[in-house]
Write a protein of this length. Structure first.
Length: 247
């Protein structure tokens, strides 16, 4: 498990078989399942059909793995992805895999990873063969992710604010303690891992502790220690609390 208590995931993308348009929604969905500590996309990056992926590779720190097609009609990309997956399995650095493809060639890989105790999440189109879907612990259709990707475009600041809210609420729920409150330090760890380029000043605060006090969907509890240090805890504001504040 990662230091913040969530499963570490290897995200392996068959770029020849997946559409770049779903990348944002895909990674947002994966963040609900665990922490994507390894992100790789496989394909022949010298071909023009993979050009739409390049912007996403840079923005989300996805490592492109170059794989030339040595023989016509043979998919070298699949072989490279499978070999890397087995290397990662034996490295012991992850608890699960996200396989992004609609290709049935990954059916045996998914089954083999699960036999070794790995969590396996599949992402693909509704045309994906049933054996591959059944070999995964959970399979998510990319059509749903495409609908998210096709929503009206926001400017960068609005988009980041929306993603930030999603990540904050995801962390608040994932790390909630028995008393219903979540330590702000764990929320911060999750956010900075999920959004490494985040600049809080763009959202009107120099520190996370200042920002959460401005968010209308959070309650904040300050707990001072004997040494004078104040620890912050947060929880999602109930609808009743919101209505009371509005009244």
């Amino acid at each position: 498990m990662s230091q913040i208590g969530r499963n570490r995931l290897a995200v392996l993308i068959d770029a020849d078989n997946a559409q770049a348009a779903i990348c944002e929604a895909l990674l947002a969905e994966i963040s609900k399942l665990g922490v994507s500590t390894i992100k790789r996309a496989y394909g022949d990056w010298t071909t023009p059909n993979l050009a739409p992926w390049k912007e996403h590779l840079l923005r989300h720190a996805i490592h492109p793995v170059q794989q030339f097609s040595y023989t016509q009609g043979k998919n070298a990309t699949d072989s490279a992805l499978i070999i890397d997956a087995m290397d990662l399995l034996y490295s012991g650095n992850v608890e699960g895999f996200c396989l992004i493809s609609s290709d049935s060639d990954f059916t045996r890989l998914a089954a083999r990873l699960r036999e070794s105790g790995m969590l396996v999440y599949g992402f693909g189109e509704d045309k994906t063969p049933q054996p591959f879907m059944s070999a995964c612990d959970k399979f998510i259709y990319s059509e749903g992710l495409r609908k998210v990707a096709e929503m009206p475009q926001e400017n960068d600041r609005e988009k980041e604010a929306r993603v930030l809210k999603t990540q904050i609420l995801t962390a608040v729920k994932a790390y909630k303690q028995q008393d219903g409150w979540t330590p702000l330090t764990l929320v911060g760890n999750h956010i900075y891992k999920s959004m490494p380029q985040l600049e809080l000043r763009n959202h009107g605060a120099a520190k996370l502790g200042i920002l959460v006090n401005k968010l209308d969907y959070l309650e904040v509890d300050r707990r001072p220690t004997k040494g004078g240090i104040v620890h912050f805890f947060v929880r999602k504001k109930s609808s009743a609390s919101s209505q009371q504040k509005a009244g």
